[in-house]
Design a protein around this ligand. Structure first.
Ligand SMILES: *[C@@H]1O[C@H](CO)[C@@H](O)[C@H](O)[C@H]1NC(C)=O
Ligand SMILES: *[C@@H]1O[C@H](CO)[C@@H](O)[C@H](O)[C@H]1NC(C)=O
Length: 292
C-alpha cells in the first residue's frame, strides 16, 4: 500500500456536502520499501496533511507522530477482533500498550477492525466486532481516555444498499442489518463517528455499464433525480445513501468520516494517472468547496 494514496476526510452532510473538517491520509505499512516513520511524518507535515489513519498501532509510527500535532486514528486489525471480544483484559492491555503509552493531543480515534463486514469475508467477523468494540470502549473509559479518544469501525460502503437505487432508499444490507444496529447505537451513545470507505473506482471496475463520468466531479454525468434532489456524482449519492440509512434507523445526527477514498494509477483499464489525477483533484475541490 502506497503512502498518501488515499484520503481521509471528515464530513457531515445531508444532500450535499455542507460541513467538514479537513483532509488526511491513510498510512499503511505493508509496503515493499517502507520509509522511516520520521521521514513520513515530515512529508505529511510539509504537505499540510493534518490527519492520519493507520491500520495498526505500530510503535515507531506512533512515536514519530508523537508531538507532530497530526490527528491520529490507530487501527486494530481484524484478526485481533476475536481475542479482544473474548476477554476484557485483552482490551485493557491493548489500550494500555497502544493508546495510553502514546497519548498526545493528536490521538483521537481507535478504528476497531477494518471493513469487518465486507461481503468477501463471509461473515467471519460478524459476531466478534461488536463485543470487541464494547471492550475497547470500556477499556478507554477505564483508562480515563474516553473523552479524547473515540472508537469507530471503518466499514466498506457495501454495508448499505438501496432497494430503489436512489439515496433515499438507503438501508443497511439485509443480512447484516441486525449486526449494524447495535454497533451504530454504541457509536451514537459515545459520540463516535461512522467511518465509511467509498471507492467510485470499484463501481466502475465491477460494472462496465457504470457511467464513467458519474465517478468524477466535473458535472458531466446526467444527474440522478431523487425526488427533486439531483446527484451529479457517485460520491454524493453514496454518502447520502448512508445519511438516509442512518436517519431511517434513528441515527440522523451521526458525524461521518470518509475513511478511505482514492483512485489507483495502475492495474486496470481505468486505473491510470490521468483518471487518478482527475478523481483526486476533483475530490479535493469538492471537499474544499464544502469546507468554505
Ligand atoms: C498492541 O497491544 C497488544 C497487547 O494487547 C500487542 O500484542 C500488540 O502487538 C500491540 N501493537 C500493535 C501494533 O497492535
Ligand atoms: C468465502 O466463501 C467463498 C465461497 O464459499 C470462498 O471461495 C472464499 O474463500 C471464502 N472467503 C473467506 C475469506 O473465507
Amino acid at each position: 500500500m502506497g503512502l498518501v494514496s488515499l484520503f481521509l476526510g471528515l464530513v457531515s452532510l445531508f444532500s450535499s456536502l455542507t460541513v467538514g473538517s479537513g483532509i488526511g491520509a491513510n498510512w499503511g505499512t505493508q509496503a515493499t520499501h517502507p520509509l522511516n516513520p520520521n521521514i513520513v511524518v515530515r512529508l505529511l507535515r510539509e504537505n499540510g496533511i493534518q490527519k492520519v489513519k493507520l491500520f495498526d498501532a505500530d510503535y515507531d509510527t506512533l512515536r514519530a507522530l508523537g508531538k507532530s500535532g497530526i490527528e491520529v486514528m490507530v487501527g486494530i486489525p481484524n484478526d485481533m477482533l476475536a481475542p479482544l471480544a473474548a476477554k476484557m483484559k485483552n482490551a485493557e492491555e491493548w489500550v494500555s500498550k497502544n493508546v495510553s503509552k502514546h497519548i498526545t493531543t493528536g490521538f483521537r480515534y481507535v478504528a476497531v477492525g477494518n471493513e469487518p463486514f465486507l461481503q468477501t469475508y463471509n461473515g467471519t467477523f460478524l459476531s466478534t466486532t461488536l463485543p470487541a468494540l464494547q471492550n475497547i470502549q470500556s477499556a478507554l473509559i477505564k483508562a480515563g481516555l474516553s473523552n479524547q479518544v473515540k472508537v469507530t469501525v471503518p466499514m466498506n460502503a457495501d454495508v448499505y444498499e438501496s432497494a430503489n437505487s436512489l439515496p433515499s432508499g438507503g438501508d443497511f444490507r439485509q443480512d447484516i442489518h441486525d449486526y449494524m444496529i447495535p454497533i451504530v447505537k454504541l457509536l451514537s451513545e459515545y459520540g463516535s463517528p461512522f467511518t465509511v470507505n467509498i471507492y467510485p473506482f470499484i463501481s466502475l471496475y465491477i460494472d462496465s455499464n457504470f457511467p464513467a463520468e458519474y465517478a468524477f466531479f466535473d458535472g458531466n454525468a446526467s444527474p440522478v433525480n431523487d425526488g427533486g434532489t439531483y446527484y451529479y456524482n457517485m460520491l454524493d449519492a453514496n454518502l447520502d445513501t448512508l445519511v438516509h440509512t442512518l436517519q431511517k434507523n434513528g441515527f440522523g445526527n451521526m458525524p461521518i468520516i470518509i475513511g478511505e477514498i482514492g483512485w489507483p494509477t495502475d492495474g486496470d483499464r481505468n486505473a491510470n494517472v490521468e483518471y487518478a489525477r482527475r478523481f483526486n483533484q476533483g475530490f479535493m475541490s469538492r471537499i474544499a468547496g464544502a469546507l468554505l
